[in-house]
Design a protein around this ligand. Structure first.
Ligand code: ZN
Length: 426
């Protein structure tokens, strides 16, 4: 449904009245002006008319496996879709992120970026079955991040279909490596790439379903692998040789006595322990994996110091007990997600609030670990919001998505994008 309006600066949004400058308008005024434009009403109608297509797209993308470090088939699919949506500069970067730009009328403005992660938590051998039943969609990854990717494409498609004018360019990103040990590598790469790092004015991460949250606070996490090694031997004939599992148990005992504050909420977890070939062997090595989380970098630092201390003392106690070949321990950092918040005074947060007020939507600020952590930790503006509708069973094979209310989520993303595009040149 192309309405044939010309994309030139002269048919841009209604100019401010009475000589007031764009900079003097409140976020609410900017959003209200965007919302009253004819093409925005057309775009809202376009969303309603294409709801079934969005469901088909979501089922199609969810059916393409995208395990951590294995997103390439899904990336290839998205690249085609970006081209169909008329984006320019469509390409995959060195690590597999898919990017495309919808140019704006102001070539000097910084990009307003929209992103959705491509990867799922499901390993490559997972049997991915998608289905539609009683108005709901089912499949592993259908909401996280089928809903986000669908919203990303819906925005690209509506800007093309309605030929929506905007000043700043919009950068569309399908990124790799958000989940688990992907460790935010996709977004990290984009913000390290000189081509994009400084040219992104604001990032809106589309992650999962819903329209009732604003993730403006990044939950930091650090993950460690601790390995203790020793000589090993036979359980009978080598009895007395230091046992790495016992040394590891001493380390765990010490570390788990570390106190943590409830505010800022700080947590730790020993998630896995492995080691030893058989019941009648003194193992040569034992390994555990630990997850630590906090909104505060200081607390994460404190937990890391406590872990290093526990490792030092636990091995020293083991080695001090008797004269044997000593055990040694090694700590490896296997994950690092920086913690940082979007300041309440930020332009982006005000704009999200204004969009929610305009749409009569109630949303609360939440803390989570998302791709937004990366720009937030660099002092840049970013939020994560949902793709509309509702969902549940995330990270399980029984994940579902209910498209009822997707409309609201898409309107929210579109209004936010256009409002940000309007001020990006300031
Ligand atoms: Zn996600």
């Amino acid at each position: 449904m192309a309405l044939g309006s010309q994309r030139t600066a002269s048919v841009e949004l209604t100019p401010p009245q009475g000589g007031e400058s764009e900079a003097s308008l409140t976020a609410q005024q900017i959003v209200a002006r965007v919302a009253e434009q004819r093409f925005v009403h057309d775009a809202f109608a376009w969303f309603r008319a294409h709801s079934r297509e969005f469901e088909d797209i979501q089922l199609e993308i969810t059916a393409i496996p995208a395990p951590p470090w294995g997103e390439s088939a899904r990336a290839a699919w998205l690249r085609c879709r970006f081209e169909q949506a008329g984006l320019t500069e469509v390409h995959r970067d060195e690590i597999g992120n898919v990017l495309g730009v919808r140019p704006g009328s102001n070539k000097d403005a910084r990009h307003v970026a929209l992103s959705a992660h491509l990867d799922t938590v499901f390993p490559a051998d997972t049997c991915i079955r998608v289905s539609r039943d009683g108005g709901k969609l089912y499949g592993p990854g259908i909401s996280d991040n089928g809903a986000g990717i669908t919203a990303l494409l819906a925005i690209a498609a509506v800007l093309q279909a309605i030929n929506t004018p905007h000043s700043a360019p919009v950068l569309f990103i399908g990124n790799v490596g958000e989940e688990g040990e992907g460790n935010l590598r996709g977004m990290r790469h984009i913000f390290e790439d000189p081509r994009w790092a400084d040219s992104i004015g604001a990032l809106v991460v589309l992650d999962g379903a819903g329209a009732d949250t604003i993730i403006a606070e990044g939950l930091g996490s650090r993950r460690y692998e601790v390995t203790v090694q020793g000589a090993g031997g036979h359980s009978w004939s080598d009895f007395g040789v230091h046992n790495p599992i016992v040394a590891l148990a001493r380390i765990i005992d010490r570390f788990s006595q570390t106190s943590v504050p409830t505010n800022p909420k700080t947590t730790y977890n020993v998630g896995t322990v492995t080691g030893g070939p058989s019941v009648n062997s003194i193992p040569q090595s034992a390994t555990m994996r630990i997850d630590t989380r906090s909104a505060s970098v200081e607390q994460l630092d404190r937990l890391e110091r406590a872990l290093r201390e526990a490792v030092k003392d636990g091995t020293a106690e083991t080695n001090g007990r008797k004269k044997q070949e000593p055990v040694t321990a090694e700590i490896k950092v296997i994950g690092h997600r920086p913690a940082a918040d979007l300041p309440a005074s930020s332009r982006l947060l005000k704009m999200v609030r204004a969009v929610d007020a305009q749409l009569n939507n109630t949303a609360r600020i939440q803390r989570a670990s998302t791709d937004a952590n990366i720009p937030l930790s660099l002092g840049r503006e970013a939020v994560a919001i949902g793709g509309g509708g509702s969902g549940g069973g995330a990270h399980t094979l029984n994940e579902w998505y209910d498209p009822a209310g997707r409309d609201l989520g898409l309107k929210r993303i579109l209004l936010l994008t256009l409002a940000l595009c309007r001020i990006a040149e300031e």
